[in-house]
Write a protein that binds this ligand. Sequence first.
Ligand code: LLP
Length: 414
Amino acid sequence: MNAFTLKNGELYAESVALSDIAARFGTPCYVYSRAALEAALDEYHQELAGTDALVCFAIKSNSNLGVLNVFARKGAGFDIVSGGELKRALAAGGDPKKVVFSGIGKSVEEMEYALNVGILCFNVESAPELDRLNEVAGRLGKKAPISFRVNPNVDPKTHPYISTGLKKNKFGVAYEDALALYQRAASLPNLEITGIDCHIGSQLLDPSPVAEALDKILILVDQLAASGIHLHHIDLGGGLGIRYKDEEAPTAKAYLQPLLAKLKGRGLKIILEPGRRMVGNAGALLTRIEYLKPGEVKNFAIIDAAMNDLARPALYDAWHDIVAVKPRDVAPQTWQIVGPICESGDFLGHDRELALEPGDLLAVLSAGAYGMTMSSNYNTRPRVAEVMVDGDQAYLIRRRETVEELYALESLMP
Ligand code: LLP
């Protein structure tokens, strides 16, 4: 569904005008649509109906408790990559029995915490991690449920920074080593082998590499069974892409059906770890134009949001649509949409055709995923507020930080 629509010449989130949100909560702020979050999860759940499946929302894409709570209430699990994300999942009402723990650098403390709350599975990414987990579980008198994140060496055909399933990437265990590692895991007393996992990359627009990865993983599943190791689940990670500009993002059906067909009759529970697809287009960054600075070579629209609020354009040269909240019916000009930060890389959009006046509100779209979670306090800029729209209501789900909070942990020299 489209979370942000024009009504009476003005942009709305569901039934709330973005101009009202700006007046009430100030700018910049992130705005999310509850209905769009739920629709994204429903799209997965519909395709998975009748199969033993669990959707574990990847918290790294958006970790706001209000957002997580919307998903938890609809039965989602969570994919975490730190003890901090586990704490958030639980604080948001998440069920620890529906949590999978990914990541290549799990600390002893994180393992203890996850074992004590009783998560569903540790996605183990190396031999030394396996040994550490066995040791920690033994000390706590527990058995750690594990799967290996296997690197299928498949090219996901996405941005190199977010492709993770190639041999040269730091993630997972090598496909060729997996069998021996599972046998080793089976010989360790404090581990319980439950599944197998892979995640090949993010913003995937072509579903075929995941199907290719699944074929390779299933060969391994059969080899494991032949050696007496029987798995309960298969975790195919996240990665399904969204439309940012003019991409054709596959439907959940087009993405999931080939995978479900391959898994049919195998008796394996299927776990998925989508992040971006659940939140990306359900969120926008609402910002106001501070100044217009037309120039001989370029025209700059200086807004109150910056690269510290939404890093994706500066970091990946990512495109986000930028639209006027109240579009003006006059000839557009070409603008560089830039923030106040002292770096030339501080832009949210280049060469945008817009009719602008100082004080106008703009919405940076598709900002619900990897927006707030990747924000920083660079230039001592307080992190922005987050607002959840639900029908005709808007709720503050994170208040704006104050400057005093930013240096509250610091001290003067003695
Ligand atoms: N599972 C694992 C093990 C992951 O590493 C990731 C993302 C996901 C699930 C969720 O992937 P998604 O469904 O969101 O594609 N900051 C980058 C994206 C980094 C993705 C990292 N891993 C961006 O803004 O594009």
